[in-house]
Design a protein around this ligand. Sequence first.
Ligand code: ZN
Length: 482
Amino acid sequence: MGIHKHWQAAAAATLIAASAALAQTAGKVPPAELAEARAIFKQLIEINTTDSVGSVTAAAEAMAERFRKAGFAAADIQIAGPDSPDKPGRKKNLLVRYRGSSSSNKPVLFVAHLDVVEALRADWTTDPFEFVEKEGFYYGRGTQDMKANDAILVADLIRLHQEGFKPDRDILLALTADEEGGSYNGVEWLIENKLEVRQAAFAINPDAGGVDLDKGRAVSINVEATEKLYADYDITAKNPGGHSSLPRPDNAIYELTAALQKLAAYTFPFELNGVTRAYLEKLAPIEGGQNGEDIRAILKTPPDEAALARLSAIPGFNSIVRTTCVATRLQAGHAYNALPQTAMASVNCRILPGHSAAEVRDRLAALFADPKLEVKSLGSLGHGGGDRKPMTPPPPIPAVFVPLTAIAQSIWPGAQVLPTMEAGASDSVYLASVNIPSYGFSALAIERNDVRAHGKDERLPVESFEKGLAFYYEFIKALGSH
Ligand SMILES: [Zn+2]
């Protein structure tokens, strides 16, 4: 029997049994469990896990202690990670195994990063490393990205364990280092060093997606099914230079800026994949109006050119339907009174799944059509370094999407589940590179215009935390009863 088919049938049966219970309790958590989860959240916010002065290890140890106290076997709680000589002892990850009844079913992996972006006390209204509850919000660095989800996963796994829930396969939780920056990416390290992580059937990464609120109303439930490939390039013009009183036509700055103007005028071809097509089909009725009509018009073959031009003028939309490249840095010349010998621009590209960084390099070189220009691929220099592999969209497997949709719609009724392609980059690329399909869903509902991740006075509605906790409690149960 096909594995997907099996999942589908079993998941549907589970849901019918669960749906009656869900209708009563959707989005609610018993007070004692809620208080416990809030205490975990507070503890995590107040452990500084920035790359500069913080310690991911300290947060990993604190969570390990909670799992030990909850009765998880010592062998199932690992603090593991690289030596990190320049940040000694600060980059260890936590890997917890919640034992299932069968080892023949491949484990489900939850990944969530513990590190946070830097935050300066002077910029903030309250101390970013103090957990503050005020006017219906929790404030602190990581309340959105992503210590709320760390706390939710820890609290729910401990709650399920204490209730005696026995999943039908192992559930792995990896709380990791250096997603936001730093040189010791925990997911990459765990994949290389921990066999059980590589054996996962699929992964859930709450660092992407989420529930969009519009004035308190949930409008969409976004699940990241794929993401674009991050790639940096250097474009360099060189020539002999000389005295500035004797200008020459082969000025390096003119040569480079001519190339950049070609880049500014260029658009990569329109292209949809399974994820973006499904997303746009569902988005059209939600958007409505001219945008809704235009979306329908570009889904036709061939797409309507006028509709595509209107939509492409919206940056967020444009990023969904094509590869984009943009000049981000510029460096040229060495003196006021000398012809420039070197001019260099950095170009950052976000490449559609199915295309490679090398292919885009060749496209840029062909576009510039200037053999004297050097177009050099730098991999993901500005995002952790190394060559990232392109992420092929995994299928929206029923084992994930059937329970996710049912549970999410019981908590946020009226909102649709949309599979999305993230224009940014997350740790899911590391999982995809070893063929572990990874789906991104933060169960946190946030106002569209109140996204404060990486920003000052980061905050999360108190109500969103409880709903996220309720979501993952049901979702983990469903994934462990397939
Ligand atoms: Zn994040």
